[in-house]
Design a protein around this ligand. Structure first.
Ligand code: AGP
Length: 602
């Protein structure tokens, strides 16, 4: 899941490429590179490390008026200069950037390239050499590009330059995201709109199997059979400032702090002044008539799904299953008579989730994507879409997307429950509850220093930690553990409090940090009992509780909220705990090692 950019017909090519790559760095940041050209020469610059290092390295390179660029999340070959993109063919004629995975690259190498001394270990380099191979067979550059693509299996978004022609870019897409930006007598290319938002907000979507010839003034789209296609452009409702950090030291802290305003925005997005649902009636009646709901997601989105299950079942009486997309993709369960699928995905581009959606579409089953990115692949390909309205989420560790996914599922569940005439659904005043939650979030965020101290004193230099809870608190404990793991590299587990004594308690030793989350009256005393069990084996227990179940000694007591919505408040101090643990270890909070924001490879 890399980020690719391109530009043609603009005399600030180098700067536009580097700025675009900086905006795409959340997609992968272990190495980067650009090729820019003017009418006389082409310049290839690439390096392991960040785009900032590339910008320094390319300082003396002319701006040029055409170019391609790439920021990488390694799938094949370690992050080094040889494996960094762009890849230039041995003859020097072609240069390429690629996002995705070429599954049959070894076969292609053995079938066509045995005489080529490859520079690196990547699957991507095979493609540029294959284009060169077909060019040497007498094909035109575009014919050679198509011939190579016809041999390739896997996922790809590709931008190809012919070094001897500074007036054309060749593009292709299959599964990985790719957008064209429209400019005055120039065009831009990017893995998403954010890469080009400083230059344009008008884009053309490229679909799977399409091949493109791009010149400064012309965009020509062909389908796999080389039929010419036309396509309307769309305007993205984001602007450049949305992606700025402003005065914040990190995007993650900015995005944690944005949660109260996102909660307030969602009230007006999902409820009318009179408290009526604004959700498309088709979605509500389609879901109300389903006999089982399947929530599909990965990582934090899957964790939000675990909370959504409880809310939807409680307010609609429809049974809900929550599935890891990477598992469901290869192991579809026995489905009910009238299934309905919900895809939870911040980015809308996660390959594991999309792979399931492709199967759901093949089965002609209804689906709803709840996403933060309008026009994203999983939004376009689902039957319905609901948006998170959370604003761009740049930090790799997802925060405001998690809370907004839960809030949107609450609005959805209430609408379905009301449609089914269920008393429980009419008993909850969501506008009121969400307003309370927003102000509780505000108060917690204003006391973030307290969490910084707790992180210091409690997590210290630990190498492992446990989060325990029951019911919704168990779901939150898994999200809290993921946040801590992702950005502080502390080995952490979220655990069903009652399950510890069945084995994992063996890991508890003197000083092991255990965070117990207690928000539910029904289970509070039982979780406290489990906390006592680990404490008596030397664990350091930190308790986060809601006021209505709080006890003397609890380190963090939160004001009470509706029992179905407690994760919206209990998760915030846990997001901050992870943030400060990362900060106190001097780590890169926004771009943790080995990760990327949008996982576009399986
Ligand atoms: C969460 O902090 C991670 N970035 C990751 O687990 C993420 O939630 C997962 O990759 C799913 O992404 P999506 O919501 O964009 O589909």
């Amino acid at each position: 899941m890399c980020g690719i950019v391109g530009v043609i017909g603009n005399n600030r090519a180098k700067d536009i490429l580097l700025t675009g790559l900086e905006k795409l760095e959340y997609r992968g940041y272990d190495s980067a590179g650009i090729m820019v050209a003017d009418d006389s020469q082409a310049y290839l610059v690439k390096t392991p490390g960040r785009v900032s290092e590339l910008r320094a390295l390319a300082n003396d390179v002319p701006e040029g008026h055409i170019g391609i660029g790439h920021t990488r999340w390694a799938t094949h070959g370690v992050p080094n200069t040889e494996n960094a993109h762009p890849h230039q063919s041995t003859s020097g004629k072609f240069c390429l950037v690629h996002n995705g995975v070429i599954e049959n690259y070894l076969d292609l190498k053995n079938d066509y390239l045995t005489d080529i001394a490859l520079k690196g270990d990547t699957d991507s380099e095979i493609v540029v050499e294959l284009v060169d191979y077909f060019y040497r067979q007498g094909k035109t550059p575009f014919e050679a590009f198509k011939a190579a693509l016809d041999k390739v299996e896997g996922s790809y978004a590709i931008a190809l330059m012919d070094v001897e022609d500074s007036n054309t870019l060749y593009l292709a897409k299959n599964k990985s995201p790719l957008l064209i930006g429209l400019g005055d007598d120039c065009h831009y290319v990017g893995s998403d709109a954010m890469a080009m938002i400083n230059e344009t907000n008008e884009f053309v979507e490229i679909k799977d199997g399409e091949r493109i010839i791009l010149t400064p003034s012309e965009l020509t789209i062909f389908d796999r059979e080389s039929n010419k296609l036309t396509r309307e452009s769309f305007v993205a409702d984001i602007d450049a400032t949305d992606t700025e950090k402003g005065l914040y030291p990190h995007y993650m802290l900015k995005e944690i702090d944005e949660q109260p305003s996102v909660m307030r925005k969602l009230i007006s997005e999902y409820l009318t002044e009179d408290g009526l649902s604004t959700i498309d009636e088709n979605i509500i009646s389609h879901m109300a008539s389903s006999d089982r709901i399947y929530i599909v997601g990965c990582g934090t989105s899957w964790h939000a799904g675990l909370v959504g299950k409880k809310i939807i079942e409680e307010l609609t009486n429809i049974p809900v299953e929550v599935h890891l997309a990477s598992e469901m993709g290869y192991d579809m369960p026995i489905l009910s008579e009238k299934p309905f699928f919900i895809f939870l995905t911040q980015s809308g581009e996660t390959a594991d989730s999309r792979q399931v959606l492709v199967k759901v579409n093949e089965l002609n089953l209804p689906s709803l994507t709840i996403t933060n990115v309008k026009g994203s692949t999983l939004s376009r390909e689902a039957t319905y879409t609901l948006l998170l309205h959370a604003g761009p989420e740049i930090a790799v560790a997802s925060t405001k997307a998690y809370t907004s996914q839960i809030a949107v599922m609450a609005y959805l569940a209430q609408s379905i429950g009301l449609k089914k005439g269920l008393e429980k659904a009419s008993s909850i005043d969501l506008a009121h509850e969400m307003a309370i939650i927003a102000s509780i979030m505000d108060s917690m965020i204003s006391e973030k220093e307290l969490i910084a101290d707790l992180s210091e004193s409690f997590l210290g230099t630990t190498r492992n930690a446990f989060f325990i809870g029951r019911g919704l608190d168990y779901a939150v404990s898994m999200e809290a553990a993921l946040k801590l793991k992702e950005i502080s590299y502390i080995q952490a587990e979220g655990f069903a409090a009652g399950e510890l004594k069945h084995g994992t308690i063996a890991l508890i030793e003197e000083g092991t940090p255990v965070i117990s989350i207690i928000t539910d009256e029904k289970t509070a005393s039982h979780t406290r009992g489990n906390a006592k069990e680990v404490e008596s084996r030397g664990a350091n227990v930190l308790t986060i509780s809601l006021e209505n179940v709080a006890q003397e000694g609890d380190q963090l007591v939160l004001l009470p909220v509706h029992e179905l919505l407690t994760p919206l408040v209990s998760v915030v101090p846990l997001q901050l705990l992870a943030y400060y643990a990362s900060l106190q270890r001097g780590l890169d909070v926004d771009k943790p090692r080995n990760l990327a924001k949008s996982v576009t490879v399986e």
